[in-house]
Design a protein around this ligand. Structure first.
Ligand code: PEP
Length: 255
């Protein structure tokens, strides 16, 4: 039997909290959040605030940092982009890939997410691959098919060993930043579908090693119920991760 997956509590700050707010946030959050080695707590600050976050979390190895996006090339004339090597050098351990806003605001394709996942793994960081359907797709009963389509190009480039390095975040687009959350039952069903697709590609043992997080309007008062669902291994939190007290509450909700 595979080892139990550790809960992952991840905060995606999007384009919020500049360097000064980052320092203030961590002064508050670290005073409230007891170090715990039975869960993974990770923040994705904006790139411009990464150094401030790194400095503010020195001496707290229980708090990890990641970046919100990377480009797949190592360096060069790619204005505005970050490479995996740069992210690693700055102290990032994880990288969000294919967040709904990257896909729907910036037009990132699933083929591009696969190139990014390949670059992140080659650079020794952990990709957090975000997938999820729009409301129209859900209403057309295509939620599982859409998520499978988004996973496909990534699964096609991974080996069974590499898939163990992956984290998947199921984030229905209609639940992100809307205050509407998937029901715990719908979240559990989608997580089961994601894991079934991983198992089909790499076998059950490999699939069982992959943390699958839920994201979409997670708040301190719904986090515990969502995380108590089978196959929901943690949460990726946007808006509610900007508030130190709220996010500390979500971290406690992991049990
Ligand atoms: C997100 O940004 O990944 C997210 C889930 O946002 P929110 O929690 O605000 O819905």
């Amino acid at each position: 039997m595979s080892a139990p997956r550790r809960p992952v509590l991840a905060g995606n700050w999007k384009m919020n909290h500049g360097p000064s707010e980052t320092v203030r946030f961590f002064a508050d959050f670290l005073a409230m959040h007891e170090p715990a080695d039975d869960r993974t707590v990770v923040f994705f600050p904006p790139a411009i605030s990464f150094a401030a976050a790194k400095e503010a979390t020195q001496g707290r190895p229980d708090v990890r940092l990641g970046v919100q996006n990377v480009y797949w090339e190592a360096s060069g004339a790619f204005t505005g982009e970050l490479s995996v090597g740069m992210a690693r050098d700055a102290g990032a351990e994880l990288v969000l890939i294919g967040h709904s806003e990257r896909r729907h605001v910036f037009g990132e394709t699933s083929a591009e997410t696969a190139k990014k996942v390949r670059a992140v793994l080659a650079g020794g960081l952990t990709p957090v691959l975000c997938v999820g359907e729009t409301l129209d797709e859900r209403q057309a009963d295509r939620a599982e098919a859409v998520v499978a389509e988004q996973l496909e190009p990534v699964l096609a480039i991974l080996s069974a060993d590499e898939v163990a390095e992956l984290v998947v975040a199921y984030e229905p687009v209609w639940a992100i930043g809307t205050g509407v959350t998937a029901t715990p039952q719908d979240a559990a069903a989608m997580h089961a579908a994601v894991r079934a697709r991983l198992a089909q590609a790499f076998g059950q043992e490999a699939a069982d090693a992959v943390p699958v997080l839920y994201g979409g309007s997670v708040k301190p008062d719904n986090a515990a119920e969502l995380m108590s669902q089978p196959g929901v291994d943690g949460v990726l939190v946007g808006g509610a991760s900007l508030d130190a007290q709220g996010f500390a509450g979500i971290c406690r909700a992991a049990g």
